[in-house]
Write a protein that binds this ligand. Sequence first.
Ligand code: TRP
Length: 326
Amino acid sequence: MKGRIFSGMRPTGSLHIGHLSVIQNWVKLQSEYQSYFGIVDQHALTTGYEDGLDFGTLIREIALDWLSVGIDPDKSAVFVQSHIKEHAELHLLLSMITPLSWLERVPTYKDQMQQLGKEGGKDISTYGFLGYPLLMAADILVYKADTVPVGEDQIPHVELCREIARRFNHIYGPVFPEPKALIGKVPLLPGVDGRKMSKSYNNTISLTASTEEIKEKVQQMVTDPARLRKDDPGHPEVCVVYKFHEIYTPEVAEVEENCRGGKIGCVACKRHLAENLDKLLSPFRERRAVWEEPGKIEKVLEQGAEQARSVTQVTMKEVRQMMGLK
Ligand code: TRP
């Protein structure tokens, strides 16, 4: 029997090339597992409840991003968290058995309180924000998923999910598997200016970038400041262009040699990278154009929701029964 995965992303804006490896990992996994991918709009509200987020557009955008990279709705259920009411119901019922201290000691809670709250000016001293990882546990457990592909930063959340599953099973009887985190390798791509890639720094390359936009962004990339002339020997380890070559250019060894030997100028080296990035993104653009046709995304999300519900409704019936609800 195939294992089952659940994973999710918050719809907070269109994705960039730094997100690509995560989705590509899902694309690979969807052939090996029964796959459920949720656009977690309720999670976006835990920190963004005052931001006036336009979920209609945000959901459509992220769904297009996923499908254009290769998430296949014939293999995976793709749906919106808030359309599957059982996530919220399980969150509520699990809250009954969740010790407050377990939530308070989740490391991301204190970190985010500091970053988004004290430094970011957001008021997130809310019940909903404290419950973020519990909602995430409900997302996973309502599918009885055994595997959760996530980034390293989410490990404490999956750990909490395992503890909640264990506690539920201990109190009411065995219902939930204890899911394992599956940590995808995420190469750390800098932004074009060398800082962390982030939309708020305006230093990203969007997944939907056109050939022209790619060229522009690559032109902005910071190179070795010690290299004034074309034949000066370069230091690839300090060059943003090279960091991208390392990930997206098969002939990277040659690039390194040419740079260190002063055999190629930064302009030509950038042109080479822009071509490779264009090759990378161009199949996504083609697929995206197909999914963008009117009504297509809506249909995918509807079908995904039906598939999701066929699992979550069975789980919730069992959970209610175990907890004595009639
Ligand atoms: N918290 C995750 C993130 O920020 C998103 C998420 C919500 C998630 N629910 C999930 C991931 C369930 C995996 C499983 O990346």
